[in-house]
Design a protein around this ligand. Structure first.
Ligand SMILES: Nc1ncnc2c1ncn2[C@@H]1O[C@H](COP(=O)(O)OP(=O)(O)OP(=O)(O)O)[C@@H](O)[C@H]1O
Length: 345
């Protein structure tokens, strides 16, 4: 019975994920000119793509590094559409064995853009196969097993790999070196997120007031995916509980329902801060211990919550671990513990 309930919960969350993905896909900009913000990466990429078009050659391999939801997949799709190429999508975790990658590579067509999400999670043998494919446009297909196995070299047509990673530091240098260009995506400014929201509201036919756009943008953790998601929740609130217009009152009410505070911190962010301050008395504490305390994977805490909390000046990373700043205590409305040497003075 409990198992059945678990299955049901899984199914509904999988369905919910599917709905979120579809909603996200509908809002993706298709051309570089529609892509808001990230001026440096946009300029660099536009140069790489224009040069490739002028030479009538596929663009150099591109690596996109940056936190979740900052636009890596969107940019990969834009690379393909700007050069009129077909896009093929895969991801590091989906490629368990070198054979999986060999199958993908051997079906690549000339000029294709092969997008590999979470490329830092590729298995080592697949990584080595990818170096060769990226550099020499060749893949060695192994036929047979054991002592009788032979590698048959297969020439590949010229194509472009676009890799995406939330953790560029984990990529081995030989793989990083095979990319002709690396674009680093950073958090967005509030004004840029306002532009993202204005465009999304237009596509969703939502009536979003500029003040509500500003309110949502300032609480979106510098991330377009979050801005779009919050917009949909505000639209829900406006339709169900409000006047239909996504105004600033609807925005504030909806964000309260969804537990996004005035600085944009969500449940996970606050959970991390609270654990750090209350349970570990402000730290220093290691990432793994902190992750266990909030019931999350260390990678989730490190890539999703921490970069934003560090940028906001709420957490500091020290060689001995994470520590809460004075601002973190103030944000939670708590008093930091007195330093030990003042206890007896
Ligand atoms: N610069 C941008 N302008 C407009 N919309 C954007 C921009 N960047 C991202 N978005 C929107 O944010 C959503 C998430 O973007 P995307 O899927 O490209 O992020 P990602 O970096 O690939 O995330 P992940 O690492 O989780 O795969 C998309 O729906 C897209 O529409």
């Amino acid at each position: 019975m409990a198992e059945e309930r678990d299955d049901l919960a899984q199914l509904t969350s999988a369905e919910a994920d599917e709905i979120e993905r579809a909603a996200e896909a509908a809002l993706r900009p298709r051309r570089l000119a529609e892509f808001v913000g990230q001026r440096v990466v946009r300029d660099q990429l536009s140069l790489v793509l224009e040069a490739a078009l002028a030479r009538r050659r596929p663009p150099d391999h591109v690596l996109l590094a940056g936190g979740p939801g900052l636009g890596k997949t969107t940019l990969a799709m834009i690379v393909a559409s700007e050069v009129g190429a077909a896009l093929r999508l895969t991801s590091g975790p989906a490629i368990q064995h070198a054979g999986d990658l060999a199958a993908i590579l051997s079906s690549v067509q000339e000029n294709d853009v092969l997008f590999i999400d979470e490329i830092h999670r590729l298995a080592r043998p697949a990584e080595e196969m990818l170096y060769l494919a990226m550099e020499d446009f060749r893949v060695d297909v192994v036929v047979g097993k054991g002592a009788g196995a032979t590698a048959i070299p297969l020439a590949l047509p010229p194509f472009t790999v676009v890799g995406a990673t939330t953790r560029a530091g984990l990529l081995p240098a030989p793989l990083r070196d095979r990319f002709g260009f690396t674009g680093y995506l950073d958090f967005y400014e509030v004004a840029e997120l306002e532009q993202v929201l204005e465009r999304s509201a237009r596509l969703l036919r939502a009536e979003l007031t500029p003040a509500a756009g500003a309110e949502i943008a300032s609480r979106s953790r510098g991330t377009p995916r979050i801005a779009n998601r919050l917009l949909r929740r505000v639209q829900d609130w406006a339709q169900v509980r409000g006047s239909g217009v996504a105004d600033v009152d609807a925005a504030r009410a909806a964000l309260e329902v969804f537990e996004v505070d005035e600085r944009g911190l969500d449940r996970l962010d606050r959970g991390v801060l609270r654990a750090l301050c209350v349970r570990f008395r402000g730290g220093p504490v290691g990432l793994g211990t902190l992750a266990v305390a909030v019931g999350e994977e260390p990678e989730t805490v490190e890539t999703v919550a921490e970069p934003f909390l560090v940028r906001e000046g709420l957490i500091a990373r020290t060689p001995r671990g994470r520590v809460a700043t004075a601002e973190a205590w103030a944000h939670l409305g708590l008093e930091p513990p007195a330093p030990p040497d003042t206890l007896f003075s």
